[in-house]
Design a protein around this ligand. Structure first.
Ligand SMILES: CC(C)(COP(=O)(O)OP(=O)(O)OC[C@H]1O[C@@H](n2cnc3c(N)ncnc32)[C@H](O)[C@@H]1OP(=O)(O)O)[C@@H](O)C(=O)NCCC(=O)NCCS
Length: 200
């Protein structure tokens, strides 16, 4: 399936202590740290205990997502130092129906500081600058309390349990459906160009 071309945000999405930007080769070290979490390779394409080449190949795949119109994959960076702390993505496979999906991960060494919730908030505000997106969904395994708290911190609401919804690492698992819908009055500019958070 072909996707329409995407526009990269003219102003980097920012919230709290984080800024969302494109990946660079300087982020390899963060990705190798992230890949030590055994859950991360189960839910994405970053291999477990990735070496430098595997991390660089992952970065190339994230750029390809944007280039092919399948979604935005941002490096989550400290807004003051630009140090990479994690990943957050907006998936647009179902955008023709007004729906997007989101996913996130924070490198183990940067966890416990509220950064995941801030990154998801920045991503969500950016998503409302895209006229096609009216709803953003998260799929979270019920045991993943850190992810549940992240979703709630970013204003997502629990809508139910989807039984046997996903194949994760070869296991068919239940997932909680969390979602947020476009706030009343927060319109994109109608041209598909990003509007800085707070101005829409
Ligand atoms: C889930 C994840 C993104 C959280 O990142 P983080 O930056 O540490 O999250 P935060 O510091 O914003 O913490 C969010 C909340 O979750 C809580 N939390 C974090 N890990 C937790 C755990 N293992 N058990 C229970 N609560 C936890 C924190 O105490 C915090 O709660 P609070 O809002 O009441 O203070 C991170 O653990 C991760 O990358 N996990 C692997 C990938 C993953 O699961 N992604 C989500 C897939 S749906």
């Amino acid at each position: 399936m072909t996707h329409p071309p995407l526009a990269w945000p003219s102003t980097a999405p920012t919230f709290g202590e984080v800024r969302l930007r494109a990946f660079t080769d300087r982020d390899v070290d963060m990705l190798t740290d992230l890949s030590t979490d055994p859950y991360v390779p189960r839910i994405g394409t970053l291999p477990g205990d990735a070496d430098g080449d595997q991390a660089r190949a992952y970065i190339t795949r994230q750029h390809d997502r944007f280039r092919t119109g399948t979604g935005y994959s941002f490096c989550v960076a400290d807004r003051h130092t630009d140090e990479a702390v994690g990943v957050v993505g907006l998936h647009l496979a179902a955008v023709a129906a007004g729906r997007a999906g989101a996913g996130y991960g924070v490198a183990p060494r940067s966890r416990g500081r509220g950064l995941a919730g801030q990154a998801l908030t920045a991503l969500t505000r950016f998503a409302w600058s895209l006229p096609e997106v009216d709803r953003i969904e998260l799929h979270i395994e019920p045991w993943n309390l850190g992810s549940v708290r992240t979703a709630e911190a970013a204003g997502y609401e629990r809508e139910g349990l989807l039984r046997g919804h996903r194949d994760i690492g070869g296991d068919r698992v239940d997932v909680l459906l969390y979602a947020t819908v476009r706030p009343v009055g927060r319109r994109a500019d109608g041209n598909g160009r990003a509007v800085p958070p707070g101005t829409a």
